[in-house]
Design a binder for this molecule. Structure first.
Ligand SMILES: *Cc1c(COP(=O)(O)O)cnc(C)c1O
Length: 381
């Protein structure tokens, strides 16, 4: 990274073993979007997460796209989707010609609100449309409440896609994130808990889902001696070189989760005495990977997240507001939105008062002390 003095939000954290895998790819000339590292990485991630099948892809977004396509999402369909998330969760709904319906967050977990989801499903059904799928996000590394989500969706034959892009290594009632819906998606973007420099994975126990997505991800080539296509395909596979980086990274996953959780604990110990600061809660049903530590700044403190962000930026410390909810995005203007309670939107509130702190697993105690002291100074001044 460019500036050694700057403390970044969530930078890549190499183990030192990645180059050996990359060199192996070069030595064997598997420098292509297929090869032994890709196959091994798929097997290793599937085993770690506890699913039967996995497909390594060029991004998490590609995984959501192919997953929704497999669930039959197409033109004119409705897909229910967490609002408090990154745009990559929702964009593939639109790629497929379907319309998103956004769902608010639960105040205790910040993940998809069960009452709002139930109201949205009822509204769709009473309008004569059965939603094709629900995309639930495991926000900032914390699982959504899948027993409740699957109970509502199971009643009406609605599929669940788990966007676990931020939640690899976290669990729900002892089961790993990525394995909790009909399909799961991971991301290995540079800012995620482990990285391939860019990549993603689609996970499922359903072999047909993964094999169909595999076919689409490699340009949908029919079994023929020439290039023959009876469907439109995509070029979405992960490179063998990058899969090698992922294999080395995956070995360190448990350490990375432990490190991010320690980062959270040090912030909590260092900052919770300050007036008006509170932290993202951890749901009792699971264990978060604490991908990012998020603080809430009560407006009664006289400070806003943007004021704090600017003051920290002057000290070379990178922070970010929470994801701006999808129902507030200009690109999704006009989409229907179901708040947690009539007249109270949890995600609007969290967006107004939340700030993500530097949370990388490579953050040193000294650097974290620098962040904590800088925040304290803002509170003192
Ligand atoms: C990062 C992220 C994605 C997208 O993953 P890419 O690999 O960057 O395409 C999707 N959803 C969420 C919640 C994310 O944080």
């Amino acid at each position: 990274m460019a500036d050694p003095k700057r403390i970044y939000l969530s930078p890549p954290h190499m183990t030192g073993e990645e180059m050996a895998y990359v060199e192996e790819a070069f030595k064997t000339n598997w420098v292509a979007p297929l090869g032994p590292h890709v196959e091994a990485f798929e097997r290793e991630v599937a085993d770690k997460v506890g699913v039967k099948h996995a497909l390594a892809l060029s991004s998490g977004t590609a995984g959501i796209h192919l997953g929704l396509k497999f669930l039959g999402v197409g033109s004119g369909d409705l897909v229910l989707c967490s609002s408090l998330t990154f745009a990559a969760t929702a964009n593939p709904i639109v790629y497929l010609g379907a319309t998103p319906v956004f769902i608010d967050s639960d105040p205790d977990t910040w993940n998809i609100s069960i009452p709002a989801l139930a109201r949205a499903v009822s509204w769709c059904l009473s309008s004569g449309i059965r939603p094709k799928a629900v995309i639930a996000v495991d926000l900032y590394g914390q699982s959504a409440d899948y027993d409740e989500i699957l109970r509502i969706c199971g009643k009406h034959g609605i599929y669940v896609l788990e966007d676990a892009a931020e939640a690899l290594g976290a669990n729900y009632k002892g089961r790993m994130c990525g394995s909790l819906g009909n399909l799961g998606v991971l991301s290995f973007n540079g800012n995620k808990i482990i990285t391939t420099g860019g990549g993603g994975m689609l996970l499922s126990d359903d072999e047909e889902a993964i094999e169909t997505a595999r076919f689409w991800s490699t340009q949908a080539r029919d079994k023929a001696p020439w290039y023959q296509h009876s469907q439109v395909g995509y070029n979405y596979r992960m490179s063998n070189v990058l899969a090698g980086i992922g294999r080395a990274q995956l070995k360190a996953l448990d350490d990375r989760v432990a490190a991010r959780r320690r980062v959270f604990e040090r912030y909590r110990d260092g900052l919770s005495g300050l007036e008006g600061i509170s932290f993202m809660p951890e749901a009792p049903y699971g264990r978060s990977n604490r991908w990012l530590t998020v603080i809430l700044i009560d407006p009664s403190s006289g400070r806003t997240p943007l004021m704090v962000m600017d003051a920290l930026a002057e000290k070379d410390i990178e922070t970010r507001p929470l994801w701006k909810p999808m129902h507030l995005q200009p690109v999704f203007e006009g989409c229907r939105y179901f708040p947690h309670e009539d007249g109270f939107s949890v995600s609007d509130h969290l967006f107004q008062v939340g700030l993500c702190l530097p949370s990388g697993s490579s953050l040193t105690e000294e650097d974290q002390e620098r962040v904590i002291s800088a925040v304290k100074e803002i509170w003192m001044g």
